[in-house]
Design a protein around this ligand. Sequence first.
Ligand code: 8YV
Length: 317
Amino acid sequence: MTASASSPHVLMTGAYPEWDMAPMQASYTLHRLWEAPDRAAFVAAHAADIRAIATKGELGADAALIASLPRLELVACYGVGTDAIDLAACRARGIRVSNTPDVLNGDVADLAVGLTLALQRSIAAGDRFVRSGAWADGPMPLATRVFGQRIGIAGFGRIGSTIARRLSGFDVEIGYFSRTPKAGSPNRHFESLAAMAGWCDVLIVILPGGEATRGIVDADVLRALGPQGWLVNVSRGSTVDEAALLQALASRSIAGAALDVFLNEPRIDPRFAALDNVVLTPHHGSGTGQTRRAMGELVRRNLEAHFAGRPLVTPVV
Ligand code: 8YV
């Protein structure tokens, strides 16, 4: 089924899974930006009709794209992070913005815990060890115990507190870094990220991306984490000073890192792949079929609410 001629025009910045494309196509006149050989010409050709952008966390909508769409009313984001959307430009023009919070908390938290285990218990390295046949030549190096450690969570919003809940079964001590202490939390609050990095064995980063957190995990924080300290990043590549991290990993001034996010995804710095003290995953925090379906549904519910003149289901702006 395709939309009728009068259905609202929506610019999609990237493909959604096919189970989302079919209902989107049934309700809207879709313009597929990622298929356009000349993006500027494509946007200019449809600008007079487009009333909404359906984007993704990593693609967002920048000031130039927003400025080129005079009839834009809504930016609907498939993803919770809106750091790639120019929210100020949207506010200035009264353009609404929605995202997909909550439905992905459990998955991102599971991956954060899984990466911590994979990193310290050498699960990915163990898999390589068995597959390569190296086991026949002797045992693999010993790993690091997970239970009994101190784990610091940087960012204690919906996902950060879900990570703490997951970890509460692991017999670890949990601290967190956030602007304000969370009322009722049994965990230790830190006002300084470097102070928490000095306290913890594992630093899990789940801060929102954007200017306020750019490079917040810097050389000082990595120094405080130290040669016995581990970094797990499931937030945005931008929260970490990547040059400082690569240097700390190569010189073993931190023990290792598990990274789901990077600068310049998906063409990440090739130096990561050459390191043996990292576990790398392709920005897959929300990457399960169940959660991606829920995210797609939430995007559609927001579009539907907007075009029916109702309040957004999960508004950002
Ligand atoms: C991505 C994410 O949006 O929710 C976020 O902020 O980073 C992810 O869920 C996902 O890659 C969808 O494209």
